[in-house]
Design a protein around this ligand. Structure first.
Ligand code: ZN
Length: 434
């Protein structure tokens, strides 16, 4: 028995020793440095255009040690837009939308007015004050690759409301025409101030609901119905138009989206739609010089005077953000119709230009017709900016004003451009105190 006990003790001792050695080896391995090195550079000094950002350095290191992704050959076939004449009445049917989408409202055939108006109409839409309302000549033009939009909805900043999908697919042009942005009056200041964004596309491109809701208008022109049911005005400058009242609101206010100049309307009034449902086809009906969809966002009431910048509502692309800002004068007053450049800090290249809002019409509430966002109170927006650092540059009274900003994915970066502070010369110190 004692022998057996001693043997048992020896075995227990050996096991204990093994456990101790194992534990030490485990701890040593656990504390061992990884077999690769990641040097995170520490920012020092003033960033320069030639100094890569730490994200780039990290990315280079990770890429260097990573398995290469398979390379996919980009398609080389060029897109051939439809060549049918825009005015061809058979166009809609040549596209055979009935087979694709069911019921079709033919071009230029207004729906009969509803038997009993159920919604209170908007403020009448002013007619064009210049010869052309929408001047777009790039239909069927070159398409560029666009990243897919981020998943909806996004409010990474509490002030953000990227809740709406883009009304056109990523395979088409689903960004606004840069020279006729929201609130601008176009090149040469010759066009009517824009209350939406224009997405130039060939006739027949799908137009999709930006969010879930109910179709409250689906007809040629835009009829204004007063509370007593009478028709106050009909304007056909919008062409075939769909209006959706969305299922969600914003700060207690309803939200509407409008899609104009369609070649075909594929929904009917009162119909429920979900985000992405095809509601019509891009066209050139109404007052236009090229096919596109005019997209408006209205907040609070269904009025031409209640528009907001769609760039602050449509979800950004993957890896992209939005710059919103104010350009103000010496007394903090908003400056209209100013050019703003967004310059990549590293390359020094202008990646985008923006124009501050032109607020020409004052409505009955004494407010300008181009409305700023409820949260941002901006007077310019530059959308679709890749993540990174940028200089936002403008001239105020002949003085160049620049601000360095950082753009993050799926959120808004706000910047204010103001004249430099007037530095009052200090009297030379003579030691006499204050
Ligand atoms: Zn437009």
């Amino acid at each position: 028995m004692p022998l057996k006990t001693r043997q048992s003790s020896n075995i227990q001792g050996a096991l204990l020793l093994l456990a101790l050695v194992g534990g030490v080896v485990y701890l040593a391995l656990r504390e061992a440095p990884p077999s690769y090195e990641v040097a995170i550079p520490i920012a020092n000094g003033t960033p320069t255009a030639s100094q890569p950002s730490w994200q780039e350095v990290l990315q280079q290191q990770f890429v260097a040690g990573a398995t290469a992704l398979p390379q996919a050959a980009l398609p080389t076939a060029s897109y051939a837009p439809p060549t049918l004449e825009p005015t061809d009445p058979g166009l809609v049917f040549a596209l055979e939308p009935t087979q694709l989408f069911g019921t079709v409202v033919p071009t230029n055939t207004p729906l009969p007015p509803p038997p009993s108006p159920t919604y209170i109409g908007p403020t009448p839409i002013p007619l064009a004050t210049s010869s052309a309302v929408e001047v777009v000549n790039v239909a069927g033009g070159e398409r560029r690759w666009q990243p897919p939009p981020l998943p909806l909805p996004i409010s990474r900043d509490p002030r953000d409301h990227y809740w709406l999908a883009r009304p056109v697919d990523s395979s088409a042009v689903n960004y606004g025409l840069f020279y006729y942005s929201y609130g601008s009056d176009g090149p040469e200041d010759a066009w009517r101030v824009h209350h939406g964004v224009d997405m130039p596309n060939p006739i027949g491109e799908s137009v999709r609901a930006a969010g879930p809701g109910t179709v409250i208008w689906a007809a040629d022109g835009f009829r204004v119905e007063l509370p007593d049911g009478s028709i106050a005005e009909t304007t056909y400058s919008y062409g075939n138009t769909v209006l959706i009242e969305h299922d969600f609101g914003y700060r207690g206010q309803p939200i509407y989206t409008l899609y104009a100049h369609l070649s075909a309307i594929l929904v009917t009034r009162g119909q429920r739609v979900q985000t992405g449902d095809i509601i019509g086809l891009v066209g050139d009906t109404g007052v236009v010089t090229g096919s596109h969809v005019h997209f408006e966002v209205r907040v609070g009431r269904n009025s031409w005077y209640a528009v907001r910048n769609p760039l602050l509502w449509m979800v950004p692309y993957v890896g992209h953000g939005v710059i919103a800002g104010r350009i103000v004068g010496p007394d903090g007053e908003l400056l209209d119709d100013q050019d703003i450049s967004i310059i990549d800090r590293r390359t020094g290249r202008v990646v985008q230009t923006a124009s501050s809002y032109v607020r020409v019409d004052i409505n009955k509430d004494g407010l300008p017709d181009v409305v700023a966002d409820d949260a941002w109170n901006e007077n310019f927006v530059a959308g679709d900016i890749p993540e990174g650092q940028y200089q936002v540059v403008a001239r105020i009274d002949g003085t160049r004003v620049a601000r360095l900003v950082e753009v993050y994915e799926g959120t808004t970066t706000f910047v204010e451009l103001a004249p430099p502070e007037q530095v009052t010369p200090q009297p030379a110190s003579d030691g006499a105190g204050s």
